[in-house]
Design a protein around this ligand. Sequence first.
Ligand SMILES: Nc1nc2c(ncn2[C@@H]2O[C@H](COP(=O)(O)OP(=O)(O)O)[C@@H](O)[C@H]2O)c(=O)[nH]1
Ligand SMILES: [Mg+2]
Ligand SMILES: [Zn+2]
Ligand SMILES: [Zn+2]
Length: 261
Amino acid sequence: MCKVCGCNQAEVAIDSIEQHVHHHTDMQAAPNANDSAARLIEIEQSILSKNDEFAEQNRNYLSHKGIFSLNLISSPGSGKTTLLTEIIKRLQEQHHIYVIEGDQQTALDAARIRETGVKATQINTGKGCHLDAHMVGHAFEHLGMHKGAFLFIENVGNLICPAGFDLGEAHKVVILSVTEGEDKPLKYPEIFHAADVMIINKIDLLPYLNFNLQQCCEYAKQINPEIEIIELSATSGENIDQLCHWLVAEKNAFSIAVLSE
Ligand SMILES: Nc1nc2c(ncn2[C@@H]2O[C@H](COP(=O)(O)OP(=O)(O)O)[C@@H](O)[C@H]2O)c(=O)[nH]1
Ligand SMILES: [Mg+2]
Ligand SMILES: [Zn+2]
Ligand SMILES: [Zn+2]
């Protein structure tokens, strides 16, 4: 059960293979009608602490292999998959890159990523509204990742629930496209608080919209003064090189940090 919206995530499949539910059973204990509020809070805490244990395992695995991972979170349609294919085109000659795709249904996005030549695995969450650390840990088994790689995790399109679930990633990246309105950092503060970076996508559309870019950045900084902001267009390519420089610099810093541990 999702701690945020109460949905049930019992139908997870990775690359169309139905997953076992051994760890899931107690992660998704459903409350019956008599459960008190205290019991609900207890279940939420249990789900989150289970998730944190799996996230810690993932983080250990990734740092042991020197794999730099990002968890991309946004509403449906803000351009995550388009942006990923553009990043991959620019970085794949110099770097090993892997992608985990999260959607409720279909393997369409994993197929889009594979067209670039990069290895991708698709997690289908069924009714679930976010990825959790347990699913992601099993997705690692499908990828056979090289040391020192990039791992991009495209979360299920949702600005709310993914904010609460650590996957073991190095950074959460929130993507907001200019068609969504500049007020979203104030309306969905949890994710803007949890993210280290905000990407404002589709800036090629600014001339046609009333989106107030400066206001959006101020709202985001109000929620999270440390947040890094990159404005770009995945389709025109504007500022994608700037994002790629940031990615490589962060990956290098990550490698140095894990080597010295
Ligand atoms: N104009 C414009 N359209 C974009 C941009 N990035 C993505 N799109 C379009 O937005 C739609 C959703 O993109 P997609 O990558 O599937 O979004 P996702 O659901 O976040 O993975 C597609 O039609 C893309 O072509 C952009 O920078 N500018
Ligand atoms: Mg997508
Ligand atoms: Zn939810
Ligand atoms: Zn398991």
